[in-house]
Design a protein around this ligand. Sequence first.
Ligand code: C2G
Length: 130
Amino acid sequence: MSKVVITFGTFDVFHVGHLRILQKARSLGDHLVVGVSTDELTFKKKKRLPVYSQEERYEIISSLKSVDECFFEERLEDKGSYITRYSAGLLVMGDDWEGRFDEYSDLCEIVYLKRTKSISTTAIIEKIRS
Ligand code: C2G
């Protein structure tokens, strides 16, 4: 029985922090499904539009060796239906979300992984601005 891992993110201005959590997530199962946040959801989460459009961010994520399947994450509240739709046995998120998705523990296992230090899309944007 293959183990489907699911994770979610905006993945704007893609960097090694994003890459590493996707690689780690994939290593915890046999099939990794990634929900890429739409531009609209990103605006709701981050109060800014992403630098790259949802189509471009989807294109980058779906091209990665570690990623087997992609879809657009429209709403945070739909996480349960995404987990069910893809029959995910494991939800992986960075520990900036620690505890935030425990309500789905009846649907699948949940693992929060350490974020990669000293890199973030926001810091990259600030660096370019300055
Ligand atoms: N991440 C990481 N290390 C970093 C930056 C990000 O491990 N230095 C992880 C985050 O913890 C997250 C994933 O990379 O698990 C994607 O990060 P974002 O694109 O910032 O995703 P976010 O806006 O947190 O969206 O439904 C959940 C949300 O869609 C998650």
